[in-house]
Design a binder for this molecule. Sequence first.
Ligand SMILES: Cc1ncc(COP(=O)(O)O)c(C=O)c1O
Length: 391
Amino acid sequence: MNYNFSDRISGVPRSFIREILKVAADPSFISFAGGLPNKDFFPLKEIEEAAAKVLKNDGKTALQYSITEGYLPLRKYIANRYKIKKGISVSPEHILITSGSQQGLDLMGKIFINEGDNVLLEEPGYLGAIQAFSIFKAKFIAVPLVEEGMDIELMRNALLKARFKLFYAVPNFQNPSGISYSEENRHEVARLISNAGTVMIEDDPYGELRFLGTEKTSFKKMLPNQVIMLGTFSKIVAPAFRIGWIVAPDEVFEKLVIAKQAADLHTNYIGQRIIYQYLIDNDIDAHISKITEAYGKQRETMVKAIGTYFPDDINITLPEGGMFLWMTLPQGVSSITLFNKCIEKKVAFVPGSPFYTNKGDVNTLRLNFSCSDEKTIEEGIKRIAEALKSK
Ligand SMILES: Cc1ncc(COP(=O)(O)O)c(C=O)c1O
């Protein structure tokens, strides 16, 4: 059969990371390639109890179709948490529950991007956003990340040269780099996008996973009408629920609701009910503290092991939270070549190239530290360092 696929899908590659995950499925493999939260922290018993309670007390309603915007008590809970945790005042009326924050990216692409529209990204950038916006034939311009956030000079130049429909950023513990924007960098970036009138997507799946440093000002707080914020329960409760949200002002919210209705009517309603029940019956802050304490130790172990086994001419980021760190190999050393050698040694990471929009072979790579215990981290890092030293 000669399938005549749309132009929209034809140029978009499969996620490289999902492909690597298949290779690393062998249990003797050490994988720093995934982007998964640690399953040991899934609150299994509590979710079982929450599910039983919802089904027993209100099962027939909970299994019915529901409204596109999402379960109102859950939206109120999220609004209240923004107020308490970040000092941001958002109305539950401006929160749309989505099928993971990934759907938020798809919906934003649908309502904003025409073919050829400019989208400003961080470099390296989140692969899922590159993939979501590629479907709408966006033209990407990526500005490098530096230690303290966006490279301000290069961002200013990019904004002077072109008009952008969207600026997409992950200011807290970015995927893939682990970088967080400093307070000063945030204010400078906010000033630039405010002057340019560009809509910003502030994606914050990792913000609550801080193990070092202090909370920084959200872009949503600085520019409430210009910033669309994405959030998710994937990293603090469990990703299988596929429950995230978008915070957007009235006009944008209305368009998002139309796009969401067309996509899937509403997010899994029973899942929303169970997660809400779980949240009100349990101490989520205590749960998050357990996760961050463990991730902090894992990150420490990885940084130490890199210091022990790697030569001095590599560079790494030192994340204050989240699940990833980013390594830069010496100039001219290919991370794809290193990856292939590492596969033989049964250890995996993600080579940097898929996180760039226009670069092939690069000397950077992403390491995930949230899913391996400390002994495994040490062993895996040792194997990568040996592979790097081998000719
Ligand atoms: C930066 C970023 N945004 C969005 C997502 C999607 O998360 P979810 O759809 O599970 O909410 C991820 C997942 O890894 C991510 O790293």
